[in-house]
Design a protein around this ligand. Structure first.
Ligand SMILES: [Zn+2]
Length: 232
């Protein structure tokens, strides 16, 4: 995956983020740098969309979006901490769309003990509205909540976020097709059907194993067919 990571607000200038028990900019970077390292270690390409200085808040947002939109990203992630009373974790997406990475990041962080505040409509947030790629803004927890700040651990949060982001990418090659229930005669082995069809139509010397398991070879074959169809 190619993932854009925006570590929230600039350090200096306009729009430097919230200050509570801790400074948001410090936490954004502490967590963000670890997320980047973890994603890179897992073999993903990370585009750092963070800027350290902005003349104004609006300029800072513009700069970060420009970095994000300068290339194709599979996912754009903006990391923040909340403030203003309350506690817990929330994730903003376009129209509050509950796409897989957003749900997994939220659940993964909340499994650390933070209150689940849900996936919310972030269509009015600049980075969500202007990102060409699928985007999410994570409010990890509240910078002014003693409960949240007592729980704060940048390593745990970074692991939770990285796991949530790559969860989908890892699972695509490990999804196993459900074995049909023998009692249900209407169950169809879609995966097996495809494997048989592919082997038949391509007459390949390296046929797919007809095992009804959606592994990496079957996935690759499916993508090959999808590409051929697309070219038509
Ligand atoms: Zn923020």
């Amino acid at each position: 995956m190619i993932i854009g990571i925006d570590m929230g607000h600039p350090l200096r200038g306009g729009g430097t983020g919230a200050v509570g028990i801790r400074k948001e900019t410090d936490c954004n970077r502490e967590v963000g740098k670890k997320v980047i390292a973890k994603l890179q270690a897992a073999g993903h390409t990370v585009i750092n969309c963070t800027t350290d200085y902005a003349e104004t808040q609006a300029q800072g947002l513009k700069d970060r979006i420009k970095l994000a939109n300068a290339q194709h990203l599979d996912l754009f992630v903006s990391i923040h901490f909340n403030s203003g009373g309350g506690h817990g974790t929330e994730v903003f997406t376009w129209s509050g769309k509950e796409f897989k990475e957003a749900k997994e990041v939220l659940n993964s962080i909340c499994s650390l003990g933070y209150r689940n505040r849900g996936i919310k409509n972030g269509s009015n947030l600049c980075v969500i509205r202007h990102s060409k790629a699928k985007a999410m803004l994570i409010e990890c927890s509240f910078i002014d909540s003693s409960e949240d700040m007592n729980r704060y651990n940048s390593e745990d949060l970074a692991s939770a976020i990285a796991k949530g982001i790559v969860g989908q990418a890892l699972s695509t090659s490990t999804i196993k097709a459900t074995k049909p229930n023998s009692k249900d005669k209407y169950t169809v082995d879609y995966c097996l059907e495809f494997q048989k069809w592919y082997n038949n139509i391509t007459q390949t010397k390296a046929p797919l194993r007809e095992d009804n398991i959606y592994g990496s070879a079957t996935e690759k074959a499916l993508q090959t067919i999808a590409n051929i169809i697309r070219e038509f």
